[in-house]
Structures are given as C-alpha cells and as structure tokens.
Design a binder for this molecule. Structure first.
Ligand code: FAD
Length: 148
C-alpha cells in the first residue's frame, strides 16, 4: 500500500473513532448516554458536560413518564437530540480546525488567536467582545493596521 493511501485510511479511521455517533438513541429497553451515544471531539472540552446532562435528562424523563419506559426513552431522545447535535457539530468544526493546524501556524499571532477562539463557531464577535473586550479592541486595531 502506498504511503498516501495508508495516511488517508488511517485519517478516516481516526475520524470515525473520534467523532462516532449512534442512531437511534435507544431500543425498546436499552438507552445510551454520554460517549457511548456519541463522542464530541475532545478539543471542545464538553464531553463530560454532555454525559452528565444526558444522565440528568434521562432521569427526568423516567420520572415524568411515571414508569412508562418506552415513552420516557422517546422523551429523553426528543429533549437531548437538538442540543447534542448542535454541540457535536461545533465539536466537528473544532476537529476540522485542528486538521489544518499547519495552515493556521502560518498566520500572524493575532489572526491565529482569533481563528483559534472561533474554531467551533460558538463564539461570535459580540460574545467575545463581552468576555474579552480588550482582546477584541486590540485585535481590531492591529488587523486594521495590517490590512490598511
Ligand atoms: C484526550 C481527551 C481529552 C478530553 N478533555 C475533555 C475536557 O477537557 N472536558 C470535557 O468535558 N471532556 C473532555 N473529554 C471527553 C470526556 O472525557 C468524555 O466525554 C467523558 O468522559 C464521557 O463520559 P462517559 O461517562 O460517557 O464515558 P467514560 O468516561 O468513557 O466512562 C465509561 C466507563 O465505562 C467503563 N466501561 C467500558 N466498557 C465497560 C464494560 N464492558 N463493563 C463495565 N465498564 C465498562 C470504562 O472503563 C469507563 O470507566 C476528553 C476526552 C479525551 C479522550
């Protein structure tokens, strides 16, 4: 096998391993939570939160459906699916950012920092401005100097 082909196969294997997901969330009497259900790429740092929130939502669904297990499992899936899919999509964007790390390293430090912070698509400029106003102000001043 040629080296290029091997590298491609190994990359696909890693992608499947790191961003795996299962569908549906449950069978009649079996349900998945946390990483067993899907893995959010670890570069986003939210897998533990997702796992805990899955467990809490499952407990709430079982309580609210008063012992009707199939209905509770469906309620759990309905509650969690949109939240999980949103976060996993952000995690996948972050994973892709790391796949192009070499290109990011060619950026000047301020653009690299900006790109890194925005890699998952979850932090927009307004939010960043609230959390780190000095960073945003300095970034905008420096970039307008470079560009202009
Ligand atoms: C390198 C790395 C860095 C990460 N950094 C972060 C981070 O900064 N922040 C964050 O929130 N998340 C992070 N995560 C993700 C986080 O670790 C997971 O999302 C989280 O641990 C998932 O919890 P879980 O309970 O679903 O699974 P796990 O924590 O994997 O727990 C599963 C448990 O089941 C046990 N088990 C497996 N098979 C069997 C079996 N047959 N019988 C009995 N027991 C079994 C395992 O030993 C394990 O203890 C990171 C992950 C990695 C790999």
């Amino acid at each position: 096998m040629e080296r290029e082909e091997f590298v491609q196969l190994f990359r696909e294997f890693l992608e499947r391993l790191l961003v795996s997901k299962l569908d549906p969330y449950h069978g009649e009497k079996v349900v998945l939570v946390g990483d067993a259900l899907r893995t959010a790429h670890f570069s986003i740092g939210s897998g533990t939160r997702l796992a805990f929130e899955d467990a809490i939502a499952l407990a709430q669904a079982l309580r609210d459906q008063g012992g009707d297990v199939p209905s509770a499992l469906q309620a759990y899936e309905t509650a969690r699916r949109p939240i999980v899919e949103k976060l996993v999509a952000a995690a996948n964007r972050s994973a892709q950012w790391y796949e192009h790390f070499g290109e990011h390293m060619l950026l000047d430090p301020w653009r690299l920092a900006w790109s890194y912070i925005q890699r998952s698509g979850r932090v927009d400029v307004d939010r960043l401005g609230q959390v780190s106003p000095r960073f945003v102000a300095q970034y905008e001043a420096r970039i307008s100097n470079i560009s202009g």
